[in-house]
Design a binder for this molecule. Sequence first.
Ligand code: NAP
Length: 235
Amino acid sequence: MHGKKMLIVGGSSGIGLRLAMDAAAGGADVTITSRDEGTAATRAAAAGALVRAARADLGDEESIRALAEWVGELDYLVSMAADHANGAVTGLDREEVTRAFDAKVIGPILLAKHFAKRLRPDGAILLFSGVAAHRPAPGLAVMATINGAAEYLAQALAVELAPLRVNALSPGIVDSGSWDAMGKDKDRFFAETAARNPARRIGQPADIAAAALLALTNPFLTGTTLHVDGGGRLA
Ligand SMILES: NC(=O)c1ccc[n+]([C@@H]2O[C@H](COP(=O)([O-])OP(=O)(O)OC[C@H]3O[C@@H](n4cnc5c(N)ncnc54)[C@H](OP(=O)(O)O)[C@@H]3O)[C@@H](O)[C@H]2O)c1
């Protein structure tokens, strides 16, 4: 990581923030983004002196273009953002579905458009998928679809942008903070999930950050999806 420049889009919380801290501890120059400038600045300050902040909204191409211009040359680009449109397909709201596609599919396509020429040839892009693509459940149709699309996008970009490497990482259920809204139900959900997972545990942000660093730095890894899900897609 020493001397490498990394951008984590949607890295203002959970897994992204942990990756930012671990990469910065290894000597990387890291920038995290949020849709809110103040949030990005606060979270970057909490992550340490080496982490910088910027604003970007993957639903707004102008913000992506401006971010690319501000960042300049880059070694590693991570698209961590996720927006959710969960619920029965019969009740889905079109705007929410569009925002979910912006965060995981259209936004990453626009990131590739604006950053491809700025990424160094031995650099890498990492997109984020998720176990819902491989273990669909009622109410998760949009999540399953956008995660699957992110994996196919990584394959397509790996071919088109070669020798730049492009991969996807598919986490299982991770205690990243994004489940905290479940309140008391979170503990029961985590216990049930851990009992079913072959790894018999819930993932931690550090587990995913370690795998992300591997995907970004292994020079022979491209066009693939790393499943870091405790085997959850098989259970
Ligand atoms: N946690 C899990 O159990 C789990 C499971 C499977 C997959 N994953 C995937 O792993 C990744 C990280 O998960 P996480 O739980 O740490 O984070 P998360 O809470 O799912 O989301 C990450 C961040 O994305 C940003 N974001 C949302 N819409 C955006 C947009 N239009 N443009 C730019 N940024 C946007 C938000 O930051 P701001 O509000 O600050 O803009 C949000 O904090 C996600 O892609 C998630 O789907 C997580």
